[in-house]
Design a protein around this ligand. Sequence first.
Ligand SMILES: C[S@@+](CC[C@H](N)C(=O)[O-])C[C@H]1O[C@@H](n2cnc3c(N)ncnc32)[C@H](O)[C@@H]1O
Length: 270
Amino acid sequence: MLRRFSSYSLQLSGKTKPSSRTWLSRQAADLYVKMARQHGYRARSSFKLLHLLNKYPLLNLPSKSLSPANQTVVIECGSAPGGWSQVLSHVLYSQQQTTRTSPETLSKPLDQKLPDSLEKILSAPFDYNRVISVDILEMVPVEGVDFICGDFTNPIIKQEITQKIGSRKVGLILSDMAPNLSGNRLVDDSKSTASIYHSLELCLDVLRFAENYLDKDGSLVLKYFMGQNHTELRNLLRKRFAKVHSEKPPSSRKESSEQYFVATGYLANK
Ligand SMILES: C[S@@+](CC[C@H](N)C(=O)[O-])C[C@H]1O[C@@H](n2cnc3c(N)ncnc32)[C@H](O)[C@@H]1O
């Protein structure tokens, strides 16, 4: 995936293509790329999740007093290169401290230090691996995040996820999955019919999984590409959740048709 390459690797590959040059100059000028570097985040996408966590109480999960077997876990679909995983790890660990680091603080472009995750792991052994992340692509490990490399739509991968969940409850499911780039511009454009359809299929797959595993009152965040079926998808969510909001975080590029459904208060009438 082109987005995943660092500017360093693009430069190493000899002559850069015009499309790569455009990408490089856009990255260099991008405020969120700078902020991500400043805070040690792997991707500018971290700020999309920080925005959502700031606005909605998605991570108000029962925590400290519970034994490991009764903890509430978070499932993250489409996690590579790990920008959202890092945010989840920072926020969940800081929730265990007496003073909680809010997503708002973490998203400020200041040169304050991020929480020392090693200290947090030592002081919070029960909360370790409360996040289960999945991606088709490999990802450099993030502390406290249990990563599965595989296709979320594959039943074998789903089985692996449910084994990891064990007897615990699922309080939040996030999907930032987007079809990987094929190299064909017409297909890769987030506004193309192929991308919209593929994105919809991924959303429905996550929703099906949520229906089976999300705990009552739990939340679901779904990235979708704005297209002809998004109203139908919203209606499906409205039947299953108390509240459904549509969000376009400020850090989401304007030219992208991506948006997020934030559904809270799962009704779980099964
Ligand atoms: C926009 S990126 C996610 C960025 C990530 N949230 C972050 O902050 O670093 C979308 C990811 O979805 C993954 N993806 C797409 N289809 C998938 C599938 N069927 N199963 C698992 N991952 C998938 C891609 O490999 C890609 O890494």
